[in-house]
Design a protein around this ligand. Sequence first.
Ligand SMILES: [Zn+2]
Length: 124
Amino acid sequence: MKKMAKDRLSYFRKRLLDKQRQLMEEVGRSALYGKGQEDDSIKDLGDQAATAYTREFLFELGNGDRRLLKEVTTALRKIEEGGYGECERCGEPIAKKRLEALPFARYCIDCQRLVEEEERSAAG
Ligand SMILES: [Zn+2]
């Protein structure tokens, strides 16, 4: 697998850090509501273990932001540890255009579609 150039990695790293900061502020604001009850569920978010209730609950509190924040954090870790820019499912490099639009993308476009279908069917 071809490794991503250093300058390109630092470019994405910067974009991800900016996004992370922005999301943390937004999530921090929504976390002011319902404190305590949500703490455990945040940890499990994205682990597919969340109950329908938790999913709905978090959705009301800005589930989109939390989920995104988790993905941004995961992407930053991959930049540090290696594997950034590779699809988590099939291991193929994620298309440049896709990373440009979504620097935190975890999957290539094909796998993304599959993962979303699976999530939909898991959600019932
Ligand atoms: Zn893939």
